[in-house]
Write a protein that binds this ligand. Structure first.
Ligand code: TXA
Ligand code: MG
Length: 336
């Protein structure tokens, strides 16, 4: 059952302890309640997607206590720094190039070379981040497709029994999600939110583009094959054809396995890592096959990613409706 933790020292210490053990804890921020998990743990992040019932691995926002902590995991460009100085801590999320040794689970960034980062202003979020001492991945603490929670009771309505605890900090003052900006080299608004666009433009001294500039995908879902390995990919394989590296699941055994026991949380946690590993084993011009994964729970998100990875480069698979159709013709490689 999901526990409600009081907003004092004991509650914060317990929340930090649970998070360190890989459990999920919802916590208040000034925007909405976040569904927190250790951003360095594949398993914790997979459990976030599972708890929310997300049909796809949209990348998550990483929460940190201060700019020093941010600079350990990401590169802060000149315009990002201007915005950070003006609006952090606060309801602003910056999309930044992720550092190679950031130590984040690839599930947090959904395999992208960038990471969305936010320093929340809420005093409880600040205290929790300091007590935990690491990066917290936190989407809004609601089941996918439902309204974002601005009170602990809302979190429980949607997620009770699916997370370890909620830290009760009363109602959120902003009540809508953070504004998401890609600042450098040219500032682009990726999601309107708690910081008004006018305020961002005033701080930058220049206008913000919206949605993305010509041909350059800014939103991760815009590129179907963004997650594609170099090797060709075949899905729903029950055995390896000659020259193929088979990634098994459950009863289907291959050179590698998403989960020998057929556990979808484990499979999600290992997906990005196994795509890389299989790509390496297959070698130049090689081929990879994936065993069927059931289209239930986290399996839907896993299959969504696999279909993207298997799609002809630069083409949106017809089977996926979870992302808007974006620019085509760009060949993105699975980032290494
Ligand atoms: O106010 C908020 O931002 C709340 C609180 C809890 O901090 N969090 C929140 O997270 O709204 P979430 O997961 O619901 O929103 C994440 C958004 C998604 O739309 C995702 O596509 C975008 O951030 N995002 C994450 N990483 C990204 C990246 N590397 N590039 C572009 N967009 C990214
Ligand atoms: Mg949300």
């Amino acid at each position: 059952m999901t526990r409600t933790l009081a907003p004092g020292d004991a509650g914060i210490a317990e929340a930090a302890r649970l998070l360190s053990g890989g459990e999920l804890v919802a916590f208040p921020t000034e925007t909405v309640y976040g569904l927190g998990g250790d951003a360095r743990s594949d398993r914790a992040v997979a459990r976030i997607y599972e708890a929310k019932g997300r049909p796809s691995f949209n990348p998550l926002i990483v929460h940190l206590p201060d700019l020093v902590a941010v600079e350990k995991i990401a590169r802060v460009g000149p315009k990002a720094r201007m915005l950070a100085q003006a609006f952090w801590p606060g309801p602003l999320t910056l999309v930044l190039p992720v550092r190679e040794r950031a130590g984040l689970s690839p599930l947090v960034t959904a395999g992208l070379p960038t990471v969305a980062v936010r320093i929340p202003a809420h005093p409880l979020a600040q205290r929790l981040l300091r007590a935990f001492g690491g990066p917290l991945a936190a989407p809004s603490a609601n089941p996918s497709g439902r309204v974002s929670p601005t009170e602990a009771a809302h979190v429980l309505e949607g997620l009770t029994g699916r997370i370890a605890a909620v830290l009760d900090g009363g109602p959120c003052v902003v009540g809508l999600e953070s504004t998401i900006v890609l600042a450098d080299p040219q500032p682009v608004l990726l999601r309107p939110g708690g910081v008004p666009v006018e305020a961002l433009e005033a701080a930058l001294g220049e206008p913000l583009a919206t949605g993305g500039d010509a041909g350059k995908p800014t939103s991760p879902g815009q590129l179907a094959s963004h997650y594609a390995p170099d090797a060709a990919l075949r899905l729903d394989a029950t055995e390896a054809r000659p020259g193929e590296v088979l990634v098994g699941f459950g009863p289907v055994t291959g050179a590698l396995s998403l989960s020998e026991t057929g556990d979808l949380v484990e499979a999600a946690a290992r997906l990005f890592q196994l795509l890389r590993e299989a790509d390496r084993l297959a070698g130049p011009g090689g081929r990879i096959a994936f065993a069927p994964v059931p289209e239930t729970g986290l399996g839907r998100a896993i299959n969504d990613r696999l279909r993207r990875a298997a799609a002809p480069r630069g083409v949106q698979p017809a089977t996926s409706a979870s992302h808007p159709r974006g620019p085509v013709g760009e060949t993105a490689k699975f980032p290494r």
